[in-house]
Ligand binder design. Structure first.
Ligand SMILES: [Mn+2]
Length: 271
């Protein structure tokens, strides 16, 4: 009772950057179960398992009078074979399961994919980092070379093949999401910068400067982007990119009150 009262009076963990709270002091919003999933990168079968599992969990949430909110942490496309199917599957979720709140953050791969559509010459890296697999999933041949003319041919074919609803879905994705003591973002945050002054580039691309030193950002940061062998569950950050595209599990987490449960969906295809 005392702990409930304490939480009621002071519902959020400390905002002092020098003080990292204990895990049990970090709370999901009241009466809401949060779910988050790391980088999917075109792995439709693991995504489907994750969705089936969430839908079951959400029934439990409902009977316990909790709302269910699911945050996908970005990087839906590239590297894996089924980027198109992954985007298709994700964008339908709010219609199929309206009882669940669905949030789809933009990862750096979603940014670069859209960059290729506007200025392919400036986004050649996309082709090296899995963009050719995404083009193939839309039935588009990769550029024959990096010559401007070949790039424009591939870009135009991609623009024709990409359904307007997919483009609108990509353009609608927020960069970050706040819920209780948790901040969801694709890559991480820059230490020493207030939450409302973090740059979009850092939130979608940062690695070492965020990961190397424990730092309390005023929220526990739930992120993907940098592959780790296991989900990393620390008081100040939760890293969920376990490299699903390379035959490893797709990782997620379930956050309710001050409890944390790791979710794991193994690769089913031969690798
Ligand atoms: Mn990624």
């Amino acid at each position: 009772m005392l702990s409930f009262l304490k939480r009621f009076l002071s519902p959020s963990a400390s905002a002092d950057p020098a003080t990292i709270p204990e895990s049990h002091q970090v709370y999901a919003p009241r009466k809401t179960t949060l779910y988050a999933f790391g980088d999917i990168h075109g792995q439709i079968r693991q995504l489907q398992q994750a969705i089936d599992s969430i839908v079951k969990y959400a029934e439990d949430d409902r009977s316990a009078h909790y709302r269910s909110k699911v945050v996908f942490l970005g990087d839906y496309v590239d590297r894996g074979e089924d980027s198109r199917a992954v985007l298709d599957g994700l964008m339908r979720l709010p219609t199929i399961h309206p009882q669940i709140d669905w949030i789809f953050l933009a990862g750096n791969h979603e940014v670069v994919m859209q960059g290729f559509l506007t200025a392919p010459q400036d986004h050649l890296l996309w082709l090296e980092y899995g963009g050719c697999e995404t083009l193939a999933s839309y039935g588009v041949a990769p550029p024959a070379s990096n010559a401007h003319r070949d790039l424009m041919v591939a870009r135009d074919a991609f623009a024709r093949a990409l359904p307007p609803a997919h483009l609108a879905f990509l353009q609608s994705m927020p960069i970050r999401h706040l819920a209780g003591d948790y901040l969801f973002v694709h890559a991480g945050l820059r230490p020493g910068i207030p939450l409302d002054r973090q740059s979009q580039e850092d939130m979608q691309w940062i690695r070492g400067d965020f990961l190397e030193q424990p730092y309390w950002h005023g929220k526990c940061v739930v992120h993907g982007h940098t592959i780790e062998a296991q989900p990393t569950v620390l008081p100040w950050r939760i890293g969920l990119d376990t490299g699903a595209y390379s035959g490893s599990p797709l990782s997620g987490i379930r956050l309710r009150d001050n409890q944390r449960e790791v979710l794991s969906f193994p690769c089913l295809r031969p690798f």
